[in-house]
Ligand binder design. Sequence first.
Ligand SMILES: C[S@@+](CC[C@H](N)C(=O)[O-])C[C@H]1O[C@@H](n2cnc3c(N)ncnc32)[C@H](O)[C@@H]1O
Length: 300
Amino acid sequence: MTKSRKKKAPVTSEVISARKTSAKSSIIGGSSSSSSSTPQSSRTVIRKFHVLLKRKAQLEKKKACPETSAALDELDKEVEELGGLAAYQRMSSIGQGEDRGGGSEKVFIGWLREMEMHKREGSTTKLRLLEVGALKHDNYASCSSWIDCEPIDLRSRHPAIREQDFLRILDDETLHQRERWDAISLSLVVNFVADARDRGRMLCIAYDMLKADGLLFLALPLPCVSNSRYMTLEHLEHLMLSIGFAKLRERWKVGGKMAYWLFRKCTLPSRSQERAIVGFEKKKVLREGGQRNNFSILLD
Ligand SMILES: C[S@@+](CC[C@H](N)C(=O)[O-])C[C@H]1O[C@@H](n2cnc3c(N)ncnc32)[C@H](O)[C@@H]1O
């Protein structure tokens, strides 16, 4: 008897392999059609994107053959019909505003104020912030007297947003990005990356780019940590520590949609200054149950 496979509900988090040039060109080249902009329709479009782009990322990992290539073309067409990354970004900005009562930056700014970072006001050096995955260019405009923000994204929606793949930022040596930033924001970006090892790599790149004691703001959809087979709040905290990030703040509520953390870059504990990846290089089931999602972050 054949076992009927139950379709898993898509996790809002597991999205596309935007890193890949092929993916980038097809997704970014979207025609920005797409539906109306009610919160409900924006969520539907986002969900459709996530499903399509996750399938695309899975196919891209397969060995090249005519069937795979035809299936990829078909997926590209469907993504294109939805409007490409342009439509995804537009819908994200609508949906997120509604769901969260504004952008994540409000949480981050609140924490920075609590830590009296705004008292840099009047001093000659502003807090240098790299905002990765910026839908808007002016999220931190209200703090421009003490925050100097550089927004970047895979696809820029404004001339002030630099088009840059964060996963490739260190390849460009002319930028001298290493240990240059006081703070980095990764809000709903890590979960956008389809590959678990690329997610880990993203966090390690953030570590390398921060100055000593620099701050990392991380925001994820809560189910990524509250309902994943492979991830718990505690596991995330341990993983971050093994990269070299100590938790300063955390915010989420039971039944909520979002989870936020603030980490401080600390000196790596081992003598060789290498990351301790033991326990984080392979997926391990941490939660049983049928209705779980598969979100994970791996280090190598
Ligand atoms: C869901 S939106 C989140 C936007 C915003 N940060 C927020 O919290 O509302 C994710 C954004 O991250 C961008 N993004 C994803 N991967 C990226 C990467 N590797 N480098 C730069 N931007 C990336 C996407 O293009 C998209 O605009």
